[in-house]
Design a protein around this ligand. Sequence first.
Ligand SMILES: [Zn+2]
Length: 194
Amino acid sequence: MDCPVCHNKNISPFATHCLECNADVVAFPLLDDLEHQCIDTLKDKVALEGDITALAQIRESDKKQYSKRMGRMYWCLLLFPLLFFWCAKKPIPRAVVENTDKINLLEKENQQLKADLQAAKDEITILSNRKDTPSQIDPDKDAIIHIVKKGESLSILAEKYLNDKNRWQELHKINPHIENPWVLRKGMEVKIHK
Ligand SMILES: [Zn+2]
């Protein structure tokens, strides 16, 4: 056994004190042990502190991620109802379909009315022709009745019968049943004076 202070090797295993320096040879190893224990504890403490720091960093980054996710969730919660209302408001297919049906119906009705009007006009023309130009009992002895052929107009007839296409107005005057002097219907009767 050595003296821990003066390194004297001649110490009896049963001695409590060094004969050279009077150091307590029992207490010194105990102190040594305690010191080692203390150093180990300190090392453990440092390691634990490192762990704590690392854990705090992890916690901090988790917190940031969490708040990011919460922010996204709030946006979703805010935007979802808006999107829902926007989507729910936009398509009104029923009304559109109803309106389209109505429009189609009105268009058909309009076409029917137009056809009726044309038929009535034709009837009026036929009736007025019968009334105005009775070819047999024409009081004007010199007048002749021309049956309109396709593509003929009053100026063409004036040219043909009166040798002057500018006299179509005279023909129009004695043919009051002609509504449009520029467009004559095929088969129409036109009275022509000499
Ligand atoms: Zn000693």
